[in-house]
Ligand binder design. Structure first.
Ligand SMILES: C[C@H](N)C(=O)N[C@H](CCC(=O)O)C(=O)O
Ligand SMILES: [Mg+2]
Length: 364
């Protein structure tokens, strides 16, 4: 099975409600989807949503990296040389993790197809269903409370609340939601870098004193401030998770060595795909630090790949793989299905994706 061509196209999917974080607002999710074709008629799928405020990657930069730098090095390569192809993807250029993730995913998809192996089995095959939280966008406290109640009525028992806009109002947001959903719903927070270290320590302490029962706080401080992240971790009882601080395996090695966080959020778009994401999971496992499998605002292509890794690794104990469930339409045929708050992984070879509706090839 040899790679013969790589096509790049885009899909646009309206969201059920606007996605609002401390970093950005999105009304329509746009995802770049690559198709990697082989000489025996197979197609491997991968995706790369542009999340410029987090990864720095735009659709233009992803397409250029694939088309001019990494892609040409993959043409003619045999899928049986998987590790060698993955080395090429990851060593062709620095940064550009979204472009690398899209190609790494497609290569794994083709490898699964080559051997009739569902990807979740390739990564360990521990489960066929994984539970995810649902994200509640940052808004006025009463709006967030009603969004949270609606999410619980849809079957979600874990909610990830976006905060990080301003600490006093963030306290009101969490208090309003806890009051609305009661004590049995798990509440996790994602500040998306919005607080300063001392501000975070005071605010999380206040939430602890008020008995708001927050399970974890994701990325309280700016991504580059590893010392600030450690300061927060060391001064609160609530678990602190690194997200934007934890891109590459090397970042995670540093975070683990510093004991700067209690948990790691792994995302394919930050790590550069499944191979480096699996490396991160293995390092965290060795350090005794549990992980969340997270996602960007991306289609079911990337969510299916992330779910396959999560379903195979015991160290991944939490999932924030709700992106495709935040969307009002699903143009991806095959892949995972949502069953209330669970994702069911496909039993078909590779990612099990058969077609993408509304996929428009990128023009030069
Ligand atoms: C979609 C997922 N639940 C999520 O919240 N991811 C964000 C970043 C997503 C984005 O801005 O596209 C995160 O965990 O920070
Ligand atoms: Mg996050």
């Amino acid at each position: 099975m040899k790679i013969t061509a790589i096509e790049i196209g885009k899909i646009a999917i309206p969201l059920k409600t606007p996605f609002i974080t401390a970093l950005r607002r999105v009304d329509v999710a746009e995802d770049l989807v690559v198709k990697v074709h082989t000489d025996d008629g197979h197609t491997g799928y991968g995706n790369a949503p542009a999340t410029v405020v987090i990864t720095g990657d735009s659709h233009e930069s992803v397409a250029a990296a694939i088309k001019y730098i990494i892609g040409p090095k993959l043409i003619g390569r045999d899928i049986d040389d998987r590790e060698d192809i993955l080395d090429t993807i990851h060593q062709s250029m620095v940064h550009n993790t979204s472009a690398k993730a899209a190609l790494d995913m497609a290569v794994h998809d083709l490898f699964g197809q080559r051997y009739g192996l569902p990807l979740y089995r390739f990564f360990g095959g521990r489960k066929t269903r994984i539970a995810s939280d649902l994200t509640i966008s940052v808004n006025a406290p009463d709006t967030m409370a009603s969004d949270a109640v609606r999410a619980v009525s849809r079957g979600y028992s874990h909610l990830k609340l976006k905060v990080g806009i301003d600490p006093a109002m963030d306290f009101q947001r969490v208090a309003a939601i806890r009051k609305a959903v009661g004590p049995d719903v798990t509440i996790r927070l994602d500040a998306n870098q919005g607080w300063k270290p001392k501000e975070a320590i005071r605010l999380i302490g206040r939430m602890e004193d008020a008995g708001l029962a927050v399970e974890l706080v994701e990325q309280p401080v700016p991504a580059a401030d590893f010392d600030g992240l450690k300061q927060v971790t060391d001064h609160v009882a609530t678990d602190i998770m690194a997200d934007e601080s934890a891109f590459s395996p090397r970042d995670v090695f540093r975070l683990l060595a510093m004991r700067a966080c209690d948990l790691i959020n792994i995302k394919l778009m930050k790590a550069g795909g499944l191979a480096p994401a699996a490396q991160i999971a293995a390092m965290a496992d060795a350090a005794g630090v549990a992980c969340m499998m997270g996602c960007m605002l991306e289609s079911k292509v990337g969510i299916t790949a992330a779910a396959a890794l999560s379903a195979g690794k015991a160290v991944i104990t939490k999932n924030d793989l709700d992106a495709a469930d935040l969307m009002a339409a699903d143009p991806v045929r095959g892949g995972i299905t949502y069953d209330k708050d669970h994702l069911v992984v496909p039993d078909a070879p590779g990612l099990g994706i058969t077609a993408i509706d509304g996929w428009l090839p990128l023009k030069d």
